[in-house]
Design a protein around this ligand. Structure first.
Ligand SMILES: Nc1ncnc2c1ncn2[C@@H]1O[C@H](COP(=O)(O)OP(=O)(O)O)[C@@H](O)[C@H]1O
Ligand SMILES: [Mg+2]
Length: 157
C-alpha cells in the first residue's frame, strides 16, 4: 500500500512523565521529521481512559490499566506525517518491553508491560477515534514545518 500522510495519537503515560521522559519522546518524533499537531498535559479521568481502552475491557488487566493511566498526568499529543501510525509503532517497540529492540522507546527505557511509558495508536482508524476522544478539532494545528532543501539537488525533504 502507498505511504500516506496520517495522524497518530501518542501519549507519555504517567510512569513516563514521572521518569522525566517527555522531552526525550518529543525529541524522537520531532527529529524523525514528524509534525506536532497538538499537545496537552493533563490528569485524565477514569471515564476517558475506560473509553480510550474500551477494546481491552474484557482483559484481566483492564481495571489496573485504567487506574495506572489515571494515577498521574500524561502528555497527550497528535503527530502527523507520512505513515506516522505504523512508523510511530515501530519507534515505540513492542507492547512488552522485554520483546522491544534496543533503539525503540520501550526497548531503551522500560522493562515491564504494565509500566511501558508510552501509548501509540495501532491503526489509522483507532488514531482517528483516539484523537477525537482526547482533543477538540480547534486544538489541532495546521502548519508546515520549515522545509529542508538538499544543497546539491534542491529537492525538498
Ligand atoms: N499482560 C498485561 N499486563 C498488564 N498490562 C498490560 C498487559 N498487556 C497490555 N497491558 C497494558 O495495556 C496497554 C494496552 O495494551 P495493547 O493495546 O495491547 O498494547 P499497546 O499499548 O502496545 O497498543 C499496554 O500498553 C500496557 O500498558
Ligand atoms: Mg493498543
Amino acid at each position: 500500500m502507498a505511504a500516506k500522510t496520517e495522524r497518530t495519537f501518542i501519549a507519555v503515560k504517567p510512569d513516563g512523565v514521572q521518569r522525566g521522559l517527555i522531552g526525550e519522546i518529543v525529541k524522537r518524533f520531532e527529529q524523525k521529521g514528524f509534525r506536532l499537531v497538538a499537545m496537552k498535559f493533563l490528569q485524565a479521568s477514569e471515564d476517558l481512559l475506560k473509553q480510550h481502552y474500551i477494546d481491552l475491557k474484557d482483559r484481566p488487566f483492564y481495571p489496573g490499566l485504567v487506574k495506572y493511566m489515571s494515577s498521574g498526568p500524561v502528555a497527550a499529543m497528535v503527530w502527523e506525517g507520512l505513515n506516522v501510525v505504523k512508523t510511530g509503532r515501530v519507534m515505540l517497540g513492542e507492547t512488552n518491553p522485554a520483546d522491544s529492540k534496543p533503539g525503540t522507546i520501550r526497548g531503551d527505557f522500560c522493562i515491564e508491560v504494565g509500566r511501558n511509558i508510552i501509548h501509540g495508536s495501532d491503526s489509522v482508524d483507532s488514531a482517528n477515534k483516539e484523537i477525537s476522544l482526547w482533543f477538540k478539532p480547534e486544538e489541532l494545528q495546521s502548519y508546515n514545518r520549515h522545509p529542508r532543501v538538499c544543497v546539491f539537488c534542491f529537492v525538498l525533504f
